[in-house]
Design a binder for this molecule. Structure first.
Ligand code: C5P
Length: 402
């Protein structure tokens, strides 16, 4: 972390006292640290302590009350390599999630262009509150890296989830973050995500339960590592915003195919996680079908296999990963798909594993490569599964290029 510029935002929770240790650890690693404190945080740790440890003035107000000098929050936001907010209180979190800028910390967040990492800390009921969950998800959708709070003893005397992760872990995260930050820079990654909807008539469709979450998490992970991502997304509730991200929203498999065909040639890596409908109605009725008859037959015809097209048109320097979601004989089907679709690896998940697959926040995967090596992973949140997937691709892709 030598020479890395870290802007540390401190908000007003009891965990603020640990920030003195965090600053010492960061300085020991050779980082330069500047701090912005919310007014409330100075009740927990003094600006003098923070200034002494960082060897820099501390920023609290928009302007200095003695001499009228103005602190330029825009300049402050441009200075760092990373803006770390720790501890992040429920109050500051809700401000960040909603664009409030009523103090220097929140105003700087709104104008900062660098990566932002937050380490929440609050009492267990506050952390478990739906509004906190929604606000954290919202920050994550803006590309903010959230370091989830831990289970443990809380200042209230209660025990539960809400404890800020220890300073050592924050430093470890930052080391890892800086190490991987440029892993995929100058590479374009094409990702398909979500379901496709196949029109029956103007108001009805055939679809599936895919949430798109897995593909969006993989997109986030590649973006964190410097890649340019083209995300071709079927209809989902997921939101993701990032300067290096181009999202192309599609509805049907045919739309998705068209966008993949337009973008695959310029991509270095493809990860196809979309749950594409295998069939579509042969005819899309132009007006809403009336319920006159006792039964209704809709003739379905086969959709194109988009991944098959990408595998067929794969150049030697392109690396392609597919997904196989199976209800039975997952490994065997995965192996067949890897070959028939000309893939470099396939991510297999079996719906027989509890908590895996569609519309859950967790997944359990195995990855099969071309040499038939199988890497198996445990059940974990989809954000962590994305980490495993991208770590796997990073390792294989570096071997593959040389
Ligand atoms: O053959 P199957 O549909 O099980 O293969 C799944 C993989 O193929 C996934 O990676 C999925 O995104 C992709 N796929 C596709 N186009 C289709 C069907 C599946 O790209 N029409």
């Amino acid at each position: 972390m030598k020479g890395k510029r870290i802007l540390l935002g401190i908000s007003g929770g009891i965990a603020a006292y640990k920030i003195a240790f965090l600053i010492r650890l960061l300085k020991k690693q050779g980082a330069e640290v500047k701090c912005i404190m919310t007014p409330a945080s100075s009740d927990f740790i003094t600006p003098l302590t923070v200034a002494t440890l960082t060897e820099n003035p501390v920023y609290i107000d928009f302007w200095n009350k003695q001499n009228g000098q103005w602190t330029n929050h825009v300049d402050l936001g441009m200075w760092p390599d990373v803006f770390l907010i720790a501890p992040l209180t429920a109050n500051t979190l809700s401000k960040l999630a909603n664009g409030f800028c009523d103090n220097l910390l929140t105003a700087t967040y709104l104008s900062a262009k660098c990566p932002v990492v937050v380490s929440p800390a609050m009492d267990l009921d506050m952390y478990a509150h739906k509004s906190t969950e929604i606000n954290l998800d919202k920050l994550a959708s803006f590309g903010v890296k959230v370091l989830p709070a831990e289970f443990g003893e809380l200042a209230s005397g209660l025990v539960g989830k809400g404890r800020m992760i220890e300073p050592e872990k924050i430093v470890e995260f930052l080391q890892c973050f800086f190490e991987k930050q440029h892993q995929f820079s100058s590479k374009q990654v094409l990702i398909t995500a979500g379901p496709t909807y196949e029109y029956i008539d103007p108001v009805r469709f055939i679809g599936n339960f895919s949430s798109g979450k897995m593909g969006y998490e993989i997109a986030k992970e590649f973006l964190d590592r410097g890649a340019k991502v083209v995300l071709i997304s079927g209809p989902t509730n997921e939101i993701l915003i990032h300067p290096n991200l181009k999202i192309l929203n599609v509805t049907t498999a045919l739309d998705m195919l068209e966008k993949v065909q337009a973008n695959w040639n310029d991509s270095d890596i493809g990860v196809f996680s979309a749950a594409v409908a295998d069939y579509r109605p042969e005819v899309k009725e132009q007006v809403k079908i009336k319920k006159n008859e006792d039964s209704l037959s809709i003739k379905l015809i086969k959709n194109p296999d988009i991944l098959f097209w990408a595998g067929k048109n794969k150049k030697t320097n392109q690396y392609l990963v597919g997904f196989a979601l199976e209800t039975n004989d997952a490994l065997e089907y995965g192996r067949k798909k890897l070959k028939s679709k000309n893939l470099d690896a396939i991510i297999i998940n079996s719906l027989q594993d509890k908590g895996a697959g569609f519309a859950t926040n967790t997944n359990k995967i195995s990855i099969l490569d071309k040499e038939e090596n199988l890497s198996e992973y445990t059940l974990k949140p989809k954000s962590e599964v994305a980490l495993d997937v991208v770590n796997f691709v990073a390792e294989e892709y570096s071997k593959f290029l040389f």
